[in-house]
Design a protein around this ligand. Structure first.
Ligand code: ATP
Length: 292
């Protein structure tokens, strides 16, 4: 028996850091949405309790360090499951890119194993387990669009933003999230994103307010370190993007546009500069499908 699950990337429409907590985590406030750039996670039932993992990308760990492996192990132990699984990840989301690829693979593994191992858990129960793997995993369990608080695990679900195109570009550098947070001085943040305006833009389906309200306090850290990230932002704006922002801790930058003609112009301009460019749509919660 086998199930295949779609594991979509997320982007941050806003990312604010409010404080550093005594437990070492940062208190964040961010609006996240899933986009139609996805890994595929194939789960094949094993009659033994083995958890085996393979990934199409050679530089992703193929062992217990993989977030999908951790998800399977936690679920198996928590619910005393006497079966195992072979996990295969067809990697399409760039790695260490600010797109939560690893978190999404873990979330897809939780959703798929819930079915394969016949556990009948709710999404809320899966999200609680996801929290133990990483701060973005609960969001990835539900997908869609949400305001995330705490260290990212406290979610308020929202309707999807008004339909638009998202053009993503990733320069050929990997960024460590821990490094970026480590270099952030919370008391020196000059410009906080307008989270309330972003929430209003989404609920009122106002595209231009959404484009104007994009903001990410981690951008400054990554822009100063990697000039390519700034160049990509400038190129997107020169080519007609309505709004541009770095996602998460980067280095992926995305542009929002509504007109299809602009999508082609921005895509072509970026392809002359970087290899990893994608033009995709945002995904609603109902589109977090199981593929078979
Ligand atoms: P986030 O935005 O949640 O910090 P990211 O998109 O920046 O995540 P990931 O692609 O999730 O970064 O990868 C971060 C690290 O996690 C990688 O360096 C990789 O070694 C490790 N990792 C573990 N499991 C996976 C997985 N299934 N896919 C990708 N990376 C994984």
């Amino acid at each position: 028996m086998r199930v295949s699950i779609k594991a979509p990337a997320k982007i941050n429409l806003t990312l604010d850091v409010l404080s550093k907590r005594p437990d070492g985590y940062h208190e964040v406030e961010m609006v996240m949405t899933t986009v139609d750039l996805a890994d595929r996670v194939d789960l094949t039932l094993l009659e033994s309790r083995d958890i085996l993992i393979d990934c199409s990308a050679s530089f992703v760990p193929n062992d217990m360090r993989n977030h999908a492996y951790k998800a399977a192990k936690l679920l198996q132990e928590r619910y005393s499951v006497n079966k195992g699984v072979h996990i295969y990840i067809d990697k399409q989301i760039p790695v260490a890119a600010g797109l939560a690829g690893g978190s999404s693979d873990a979330a897809a593994t939780l959703r798929g194993l819930n079915r394969l191992w016949n556990l009948r858990l709710s999404l809320d129960e899966l999200a609680l387990i996801g929290e133990e793997i990483g701060s973005d995993v609960p969001f990835c369990v539900y997908g869609g669009t949400a305001l995330a608080k705490g260290r990212g695990e406290k979610l308020r679900h929202m309707i999807s933003p008004t339909p638009c195109w998202v053009i993503l570009a990733k320069p050929p550098i990997g960024v460590s999230t821990a490094d970026v947070y480590g270099n952030l001085r919370v008391d020196q943040i000059k410009k906080h994103p307008k989270t309330e305006e972003m929430l209003q833009a989404i609920s009122e389906q106002d595209f231009s307010l959404m484009a104007r309200s994009l903001g990410n306090v981690l951008e400054e850290v990554t822009l100063n370190r990697y000039p390519q990230v700034r160049q990509i932002k400038e190129l997107m704006l020169e080519s007609g993007a309505d709004g541009v922002l770095m996602s998460g801790s980067g280095p992926t930058v995305f542009a929002l546009v509504q007109k299809e003609a602009k999508v082609h112009r921005i895509y072509n301009a970026l392809r002359g500069f970087v290899k990893d460019v994608y033009a995709v749509r945002m995904l609603g919660e109902s589109e977090m499908e199981i593929l078979d």
